[in-house]
Design a protein around this ligand. Structure first.
Ligand code: CP
Ligand code: NVA
Length: 310
């Protein structure tokens, strides 16, 4: 049984197959309108969400199935009265597939280990693979290819989205440069960089870490940033983080160092005046709402693939 925990565990072929399927699902949604007839997706949430919750739920509705939203603050698991093991063993008797948005990635791995049905990572502190599948779909739509492009990610890089971009870019042969302050708090985890570099070497692409925003975005086809205050970061850290990360804010001046036709991406939620200026996210470079939409199509493809329907 396959799960989607991180993109590191998926082969380039699997990622390619799911991206092809996502494009087909988007172009021909009616073909899949009964693909999940009477099937149920359980959606376990420890953290807030707009896009992930709505896109997964809509995906199941549009494919003839159903999704159950389950907030752990109202559950025996969240109250510390039931183990992850017992929770997924019991839940797997009712549903066909599970997705979970959790703080601790190890808890997601534990779910997958004991679950009788496929488990999808809907974001952990460590990674966010569904986001990156939608992002790769978006980049391919806008640029016509993935291989050989340069993606520059700038900002907080000890970050789930950065980690998944590193894994994903390397698997599809895209160059990726990460630009962040030179401090452990903001750098990608070393083992992620190592794995991405190894995968990239196989595809002939490059993975770089730099500590200067202009250097990072130079000649990039895609400039990407993410929140400086991810869901799991305590509010008291905001003042220091804003000060540390401000040199990596995406501004129109910074975009001028990327390619003339570069696109700007942010997985959202975004704060204008923090990780990017309003001029950028609301400007000619921005593809953030197409990016949000592709969560729906890419996740339909993930569900179909994990349920063995393709
Ligand atoms: N990008 C993303 O996962 O958004 P939500 O937190 O709203 O689900
Ligand atoms: N890095 C962000 C992504 C939100 C979708 C967070 O974890 O909050």
């Amino acid at each position: 049984m396959r799960h989607l925990l991180t993109l590191a565990e998926w082969s380039s072929e699997e990622i390619g197959k799911v991206l092809e399927l996502a494009a087909h699902v988007k172009a021909h949604p009616g073909t899949y309108s009964n693909a999940c007839d009477r099937q149920t997706l359980l959606m376990i949430f420890e953290k807030p969400s707009l896009r992930t919750r709505l896109s997964f739920e809509a995906a199941m509705t549009q494919m003839g199935g159903h999704a159950i939203y389950y907030d752990t603050s109202r559950s025996p698991m969240g109250a510390g009265k039931e183990s992850i093991h017992d929770t997924v063993k019991a839940a797997g008797r009712f549903v066909d597939i599970i997705m979970a948005r959790l703080f601790d990635h190890a808890h997601l791995e534990e779910m997958a280990k004991h679950s009788p049905v496929p488990v999808i990572n809907a974001l952990t502190n460590f990674s966010h693979p569904c986001q990156i599948l939608g992002d790769l779909q978006t980049i391919r739509e806008k640029k016509g290819r993935l291989e050989g492009l340069k993606l520059a990610y700038v900002g907080d890089s000890n970050n789930n989205v950065t980690h998944s971009l590193l894994y994903g870019a390397a698997k599809v042969g895209m160059d990726i440069t990460v630009g962040c302050p030179d401090a452990e708090a903001y750098r990608p985890r070393p083992h992620v960089l190592e794995k991405a570099k190894a995968d990239a070497a196989e595809r002939g692409s490059r993975v770089e870490l730099v500590h200067d925003a202009v250097e990072a975005v130079r000649d990039a086809d895609v400039v990407y940033t993410d929140s400086w205050m991810s869901y799991h970061i305590p509010p008291e850290e905001q003042e220091k983080r804003v000060k540390d990360l401000m040199p990596f804010q995406v501004t129109a001046e910074l975009m001028a160092h990327a390619k003339e036709d570069a696109i700007f991406m942010n997985c959202l939620p975004a704060l204008r005046g923090f990780e990017q200026t309003a001029e950028v996210i609301d400007g000619r470079w921005s593809v953030v709402f197409d990016e949000a939409e592709n969560r729906l199509h890419a996740q339909k493809a993930v569900i179909l693939y994990l349920l063995g329907k393709v």
